[in-house]
Write a protein that binds this ligand. Structure first.
Ligand SMILES: NC(=O)CC[C@H](N)C(=O)O
Length: 236
């Protein structure tokens, strides 16, 4: 399976993602500079974390106009897998590839620490090796992760099973205390209706090896490979 990691000016998790895909998951992986106009030859595109364009205006608001984003959108329209991590999630929202918007964390602080996530939907290419309601531990690092959607959009997200991860306690309870940024309904990650696009604020690439203190992140990448090996089908 061939991965492409898009590099925007200000991306800073691109090398981490490439390292995990190549060294831990053993998959061929290229960087794709944001001024490229094609993603041909790739099976999964990752928009990594960072501070594209210095987070000016709003996070992701400028990067969404990078030439590569048109190719990413067409790739996603054809059913291609797209994973946006943190700033990548923010870019997907700004690009309209996922619904909703990101606000500054409600305490105005940058949060950089582990969080617990409850898996709300394991019937996606990104979560098929996880159990429904399984609690995983993945770190966040952001100042603008306060996901917001209007009532109608939120209802649709919930009804369609598009909420993939929620911040929770270590026991899997959804509480305000477990929510690091004020995100509506404790949402940490969502997918599109077709489930081939996932945006998540936590960083799976930062916990894919024991030496880094956790391996839960590797389950996301392993799920993608599993899905691919099944010929792009879900279910066990
Ligand atoms: N780790 C990231 O992707 C970073 C941050 C992001 N741009 C923010 O909200 O602060």
């Amino acid at each position: 399976m061939k991965f492409g990691v898009v590099v925007f000016p200000g991306s800073n998790c691109d090398a981490d993602v490439k390292y995990v895909l190549e060294e831990v998951m053993k998959q061929p992986t290229d960087y794709i500079w944001h001024q490229e106009t094609s993603v041909e030859g790739y099976d999964c595109i990752i928009l990594p974390g960072g501070f594209s364009y210095g987070d000016y205006l709003r996070t992701g608001a400028i990067a969404r106009f990078s030439p590569i984003m048109k190719a990413v959108e067409e790739f996603a329209d054809r059913g291609g897998l797209v994973l946006g991590i943190c700033n990548g999630f923010q870019i997907l929202l700004e690009a309209g590839l996922l619904p909703g918007a990101m606000k500054i964390n409600d305490d105005l602080q940058f949060h950089c620490h582990y969080t617990y996530l409850r898996v709300e939907n394991n019937r996606t290419p990104f979560t098929n090796l996880l159990q429904e309601k399984q609690v995983i531990r993945i770190p966040i690092a952001h100042g603008e992760g306060n996901f917001y959607a209007d009532e109608e959009t939120l209802r649709e997200l919930e009804e369609n099973g598009q909420v993939v991860f929620r911040y929770c306690t270590p026991e899997g309870e959804i509480t305000p205390e477990a929510n690091p940024n004020g995100s509506v309904n404790n949402i940490a990650g969502i997918c599109n209706k077709d489930r081939n696009i996932l945006g998540m604020m936590p960083h799976p690439e930062r916990c894919a090896e024991e030496i880094l203190g956790g391996t839960d992140g590797s389950l996301i990448f392993a799920s993608i490979l599993e899905w691919w090996e099944r010929g792009g089908k879900l279910g066990r």
